[in-house]
Design a protein around this ligand. Structure first.
Ligand code: ADP
Ligand code: MG
Length: 446
């Protein structure tokens, strides 16, 4: 605990004692004595005093000199000094005392209470000073702590900003990756569809032509064989149908007839498969856009209708397409049970996430409006900018396929019997007619 100190300076031991006896009885401070100015200076260098009671007349170094020396030292420059004198009570000396920085000038005989009160005031002042110093230190420390805290906060903010930036970047990269994969998937589907069509389709067709020829030739001569050949033909036909379905699944060729037709087909197919009544509303004019957008819309419709079938328990679905010139809106609404809270984002459910990604890649918006037993409406909107430029790049598989098939059908018809082409008999002509008919039938099928 801090105990203030009071320094008494007097060369006369009796006076020192008398003065000390007046003060030591008081609690709350410690009294230290010095017998000369020099001793007083030494004490001042090692102690902090609340007040110094200084005798004026002392040998070698008088009170005034001592006061000057005390105040000239930085440690004690502000110590209050009270001169106590028996001999220098005149005004001149008093003035001199005040000029040396005295706070008071007392003459003996001293009234004890006055001295005690004055000392008590300075002791109190010293205590308050110390308290203030402590508070100042505390404030300074607090200030330092706050500065440190602020620095750390700024660092955290910076770190968070960097982390957020990294997260944003990684999300953007993921989005790009997802869109890239989606593109690759669609391209791969197209490629496989083409390959099945070109390789398998061509061989099947060649086979069908040969078998058809065999069928035509054996009709009259080998009825049993003819029957067998007929059933082989049926097999080939159903294989071709299955192949067609696979191709369509991989890459709906109906898309190449335009988005309107593709959507109409899709909705019709859905209604046929699920018996859920569908209403389709869309502009009569052809919706022209690039292949990427058309495929995305087609897949979104596919996924949305699948969801209606799998989750909604709906009896009706309404599909609406509108456009404002620069933007296309598509909504799929059902009258089902609505999306249950918390169900929208399930683990291993990527349908809605996929829709969101596709739409965001195209710079569009995606919204779901749902309520318990209030059905679900999924709305997407995508910008139709630069469609004119890309429309030319549309992939026309159906067109390509049918010309290919036509070409191969005639190749097949001729290629099957090239040597005998010129000398065809009436029978051969009939066979060739039959084959041609078959080829056109396949074209319809494909
Ligand atoms: N039309 C809808 N009606 C009711 N619930 C739906 C509908 N569409 C989606 N949901 C709910 O949202 C969930 C997430 O859908 P989705 O992302 O497509 O994944 P998945 O169909 O594979 O479950 C579904 O499991 C279902 O609970
Ligand atoms: Mg789904």
């Amino acid at each position: 605990m801090f105990i203030p100190k009071v320094l008494l300076v007097n060369d006369d031991p009796a006076s020192l004692l008398a003065l000390a006896s007046l003060l030591t009885e008081r609690d709350g401070y410690e009294v230290i004595t010095a017998r000369s100015g020099e001793e007083a200076l030494r004490k001042v260098l090692t102690n902090d005093f609340a007040v110094i009671l200084l005798d004026v007349s002392m040998p070698s170094m008088d009170g005034f000199e001592t006061a000057e020396a005390i105040h000239s030292h930085p440690r004690s420059s502000a110590v209050p000094i009270i001169f106590v004198t028996a001999h220098y009570a005149d005004e001149m000396n008093r003035l001199k005392g005040y000029q040396r920085g005295a706070v008071d000038y007392l003459f003996t005989p001293i009234i004890p209470q006055i001295l005690q009160t004055k000392v008590a005031v300075f002791v109190e002042l010293a205590k308050k000073n110390l308290q203030l110093q402590h508070q100042k230190q505390e404030f300074e420390q607090l200030n330092l702590d706050l500065k440190e805290q602020r620095k750390q906060d700024l660092e955290h903010i910076n770190e968070r900003r960097l982390a957020e930036e990294a997260l944003r970047q990684s999300q953007e990269e993921l989005r790009q990756l997802a869109s890239y994969q989606e593109r690759i998937k669609e391209d791969e589907r197209k490629r496989i569809a083409r390959e099945i069509h070109d390789e398998l389709g061509q061989n099947l067709l060649a086979l069908r032509i040969d078998i058809a020829m065999l069928h035509a030739r054996t009709g009259a001569t080998h009825p049993k064989l003819n029957k067998k050949v007929h059933s082989v033909l049926d097999h080939i036909d159903s294989t071709m149908k299955a192949m067609r379905a696979i191709i369509n699944n991989l890459r709906p060729t109906v898309l190449d007839l335009g988005l309107n037709a593709a959507i109409e087909w899709q909705v019709k197919e859905f209604q046929r498969r699920t018996s859920i009544a569908c209403a389709l509303m869309m502009p009569e004019a052809e919706l022209v856009m690039d292949d990427g957008r058309a495929t995305a819309l087609f897949r979104i419709l596919q996924e949305s209708l699948n969801n209606v079938f799998r989750h909604a328990r709906a009896t009706k679905a309404t599909i609406t397409l509108t456009h404002t010139g620069s933007r296309l809106y598509m909504s799929v609404a059902d009258n089902g049970v609505g999306i249950f809270p918390g169900c929208r984002r399930k683990a291993n459910s990527f349908g809605l996430v996929g829709i969101k990604e596709r739409v965001s890649t195209l710079g569009g918006d995606f919204e779901i409006d749902t309520g318990e037993e209030a059905g679900t409406t999924l709305t997407v909107s995508i910008p139709l900018d630069d469609t004119a430029g890309n429309a030319a790049n549309q992939f026309t598989l159906a067109e390509g396929m049918s010309t290919e098939f036509n070409r191969r059908a005639s190749d097949g018809a001729e290629g099957a019997k090239p040597a005998r082409k010129r000398g065809q008999t009436a029978k051969r002509k009939r066979e060739a007619e039959a084959v041609k008919l078959d080829a056109s039938k396949f074209n319809e099928m494909t």
